[in-house]
Design a protein around this ligand. Sequence first.
Ligand SMILES: Cc1cc2nc3c(=O)[nH]c(=O)nc-3n(C[C@H](O)[C@H](O)[C@H](O)COP(=O)(O)OP(=O)(O)OC[C@H]3O[C@@H](n4cnc5c(N)ncnc54)[C@H](O)[C@@H]3O)c2cc1C
Length: 494
Amino acid sequence: MAHKVDLLVVGGGINGAGIARDAAGRGLSVLLCERGDLACATSSSSSKLIHGGLRYLEHYEFKLVAESLAEREVLLKVAAHLVWPARFVMPHVPELRPRWMIRAGLFLYDHLGRLAPALGRGASLPGSGAVRLDAPPYSSGLKPHIRHGFIYSDCRVDDARLVVANAMDARERGVRVLTRSECLSARRQDGAWLADLSNGEQVGAMAIVNASGPWVKTVLNARLSQPSRDAVRLVKGSHIVLPRLYDGEHAFILQNDDRRVIFMIPYGDLHTLVGTTDIPVQDESAPPAVSAEEMAYLCRAINRYLAQPARSEDAVWKYAGVRPLYDDGTDDPSAVTRDYTLRVDDELGRAPVLSVFGGKITTYRRLAEQAMDKLAPYFPAIRPPWTDRCALSGSDFGDATRVEARDAFFASHPHIAEATLRPIFRRHGTHAQAVVGDGDLGEDYGGGLTERELRYLVEHEWAQTAEDVLWRRTKTGLLMTPAQRERVATVLGR
Ligand SMILES: Cc1cc2nc3c(=O)[nH]c(=O)nc-3n(C[C@H](O)[C@H](O)[C@H](O)COP(=O)(O)OP(=O)(O)OC[C@H]3O[C@@H](n4cnc5c(N)ncnc54)[C@H](O)[C@@H]3O)c2cc1C
């Protein structure tokens, strides 16, 4: 007997989770199936920026940049516990890009950011300007001859937790979220879809959303037997995490001599995140890996600027992800559009499948809204868009600011050190109270992870393995010894 829903969402990355939440809020019954863990693929491997993408201006992607900057404002409000502002510093290298070009680019970036008020929202972040890099606060870590630079605003995000927060919010609105459940195949039958999942369930659905990221074309063609003319370009991007390279909370955007830019971003209190690369890949079946050449490339790019050279062997963690970009025919992998395309295929006006090609973490909410607008004609009773004004699960601080809510949380547990509570609040927002409960945190596994939070992640956030907990729901793996990580794996039984 098939479980029946309006919408089956295939893929538990940011786009699948965002679409499931949006659809549920519009009154549809939804099931989301993810073959691995939530955010196990591209959505936990990003540079973790909510940004307009300054460098996309060079590729004339004005519409994408404007839409992304507007989304930056929305996400600052509705995902306030997981998205926060940051200042980005770009040292000036006259032989790579002239001063006038950077000034013009930043002027445009600020201006496009200010277009957001036309949509009813004011740009809340400080604008760009020139800065000295031979004096504090921005000189830390840099070679002394680097004297001039530029500064502008963007935002940072906990990408994997943004996916989990969307899935939790979706569940609160009635969505069934199944992890470790692959969509093996689906066929059209009597004007609807019938899908087989790897957990043995059959699901009947009026529509399918194919949000399988790098696998979008394989799922469409091979699993759903739906021919398509659209193609996806797979471009690998790698990051390394090094012991802190400089002091301060600002990030650096560094020009490389191949005209690409490399980010150095503070990662927790002790580390710096460095990325990324753009390597075309053909085969989405093999898990992406960071190569020795990519590590050397990233170190070379930042060492042009650093007083103390970074070395590949100092990396304490590394990860790679595959961008599922819409194939617009461009040769240069860095220039392929970062915009998205939503394609709907149906059979005689029934049983549609909507496929997501491309996209960014930054634009996921707007993408989800547009996806549901495209499916609306198939669901006459569907409700209007709503996600731009409704806080995400964990970010609903009411009339308080995030800082006020955090301080109230600290005050309600006077016997627990703020250093213990701070990362819990950062990860869980308004759910932090539920995580801490009566304040008995149980065993301390190290790295800021306690027995109590581990139990919460398993019971409420679909975590099953040490990898799910240490490297996605939290980044506590980075702060633990191998023995501490092993202890968590033993407790989880895998
Ligand atoms: C190196 C890099 C840096 C980036 N940096 C940024 C950034 O700073 N800011 C930004 O906005 N964007 C960034 N992006 C882009 C962003 O990460 C992606 O656009 C986004 O994560 C894609 O999400 P998705 O949900 O489409 O795909 P994914 O996250 O890949 O999710 C697809 C999911 O589908 C599942 N799946 C596949 N087949 C099946 C099946 N048959 N059944 C069930 N489940 C299935 C997979 O397991 C996977 O979890 C970056 C990307 C990369 C690679």
